[in-house]
Every structure is written in C-alpha cells, then in structure tokens.
Design a protein. Structure first.
Length: 256
C-alpha cells in the first residue's frame, strides 16, 4: 500500500516536472531568438509551443516540423519536438530529435537530460545515467537532473548512489518536495524507517495538509513498532480525505 501511494504521487509530480521543463525551454527560446522581427520559423515554433501546452501533441509535432523545414539549424526546435514525441510515448523518435539537438548544440544540458529520460522509458538505464552525467557536467546546479539520476540509480539497485543524488538535489533546492517522498521510499526499502519518517516530516512541513505524507509516515511508524503514532497519522490522513487511510480504518472498525 505504501509503495503504491508513493508511485501515484510521483507520477503526478513527474508530469508537473515535465511541464516545468517545457516552460524552461520556452524561456530559452527568448534567449536564442534573433532580436529583429520574428522570422516565420520562430512564429511556427511559438505556435507549436501553444499547441503542446494545450495537449495537442501531434499538432505540435507537425508545427515544429514546419519550423524545422524552414530552419534546420536551431537545436531548440528539435528538443521541443522530441518533448512532444515523448508525451506520445514515441521514445525512439524523441531520442532521434534529442540527438539532432545535441549535434547542433553540444552544450545543451536540457537536451541531454531529456534524452536520458527517454532512454529510461526504454529501459536503457546505463545510457540514461550517462546522459544525466553529461547534463550535470554542463549544468551542475540543476536539482531536477540529480533527482532524475537518483531515480535511475534506484531502478538498477544502486541505492546509496540514489540517496546521494537525492541529497544533492535537496541541497540545491530544499523545496523540491518530490525528493523527500522518493528518498523516504528508498529509506524504507533499506529498512531505514526513522530516516523515512524524517523525510515525511519535511514534506509535511512544506505542506501541512498533505494526506499522502501523513498516511505514509504512519506506515513507517508502524514498521518501527510505534503503533500509536501510526494510528494517529492514519487517522489524520483519513480526515484529510485519504481514501486508502479511510478504507484501512473501516476494515478495523475504527473511525477518524
């Protein structure tokens, strides 16, 4: 139950992180565009971004393609088209576009990070981690890349490296609450329940109405034998509307 709740939460957080990465790409566009009046390819690029943000991924791809036909020398065009392919789960096509972006701009850290995510979706975690390493080499202050690399380490059982990356991500951005959840899950996997509880404490500090954090902290308390604290947190989660907590309490004939 604990791991399923974490998985659901992280899926939502991952989608939010993807949206933030796209917004960063849109910001990059302003830096890379020429200062004179917008060229037609840039107008198409911006139209493609609007379509992407509306969830019209195939239309966005078609529009980015038109921009590329007019100008094949802009790395950002390929990167954003790859991003759209990735949202359609066409990871091979996404990688092809990220490759082109990197050829055009070998210092494009975002393209390496995006390609790493796509490789991870295909199960190629060795190449995934290699791309994160390169992204960090180019931009060592991006907390999200450390978070992504930590997840990749965890997938292949490198739990200490996973924890080290989560620690670095939080050092760079203490408000990246997704990391507290993921690090807590790793601590639980390793039997470090007190460390997991400390991470859930942090998550609750950031958001005192986070039902998932209370529920999962309660589960961790139960693993330490502190059943009073476990019940207290489960009830609190139930009062905040947590369906799993309410179901668990009903099965035991308890109210919240």
């Amino acid at each position: 139950m604990f791991m399923r709740e974490i998985s659901k939460l992280l899926t939502i957080i991952f989608l939010i992180a993807c949206f933030v990465l796209l917004l960063n790409s849109l910001s990059e566009a302003d830096d890379k565009k020429p200062q004179q009046a917008k060229a037609p390819e840039w107008e198409l690029f911006e139209k493609g971004n609007g379509l992407f943000l509306s969830g019209k991924y195939q239309e966005a791809i078609n529009t980015y393609t038109k921009a590329i036909e007019l100008n094949q020398k802009v790395a950002l065009f390929y990167n954003n088209r790859g991003f759209a392919y990735r949202h359609l789960e066409n990871f091979k096509k996404a990688i092809e576009d990220y490759n082109k972006a990197i050829v055009l701009d070998p210092a494009y850290a975002g393209a390496y990070n995006n390609r790493g995510i796509a490789y991870g979706k295909l199960g190629n975690h060795t190449q995934e981690i290699a791309d994160y390493n390169k992204a960090i080499e180019l931009d060592p202050d991006d907390a999200v890349v450390y978070y992504d690399r930590g997840i990749a380490h965890g997938k292949i059982g490198r739990y200490q490296q996973e924890l080290a990356d989560y620690n670095k991500a939080l050092q760079l951005d203490p408000k990246l609450t997704a990391v507290y959840y993921k690090r807590a899950a790793t601590h639980c996997r390793l039997g470090n329940f007190y460390q997991a509880i400390a991470d859930f404490d942090k998550a609750i500090e950031v958001n005192p109405k986070d039902a998932d954090a209370y529920y999962n902290r309660g589960v961790a308390y139960g693993r330490t034998g502190n059943y009073d604290k476990e019940l207290e947190d489960i009830k609190r989660a139930a009062r905040l509307g947590h369906a799993g907590a309410r179901q668990l309490l009903r099965k035991q004939g308890l109210t919240w």
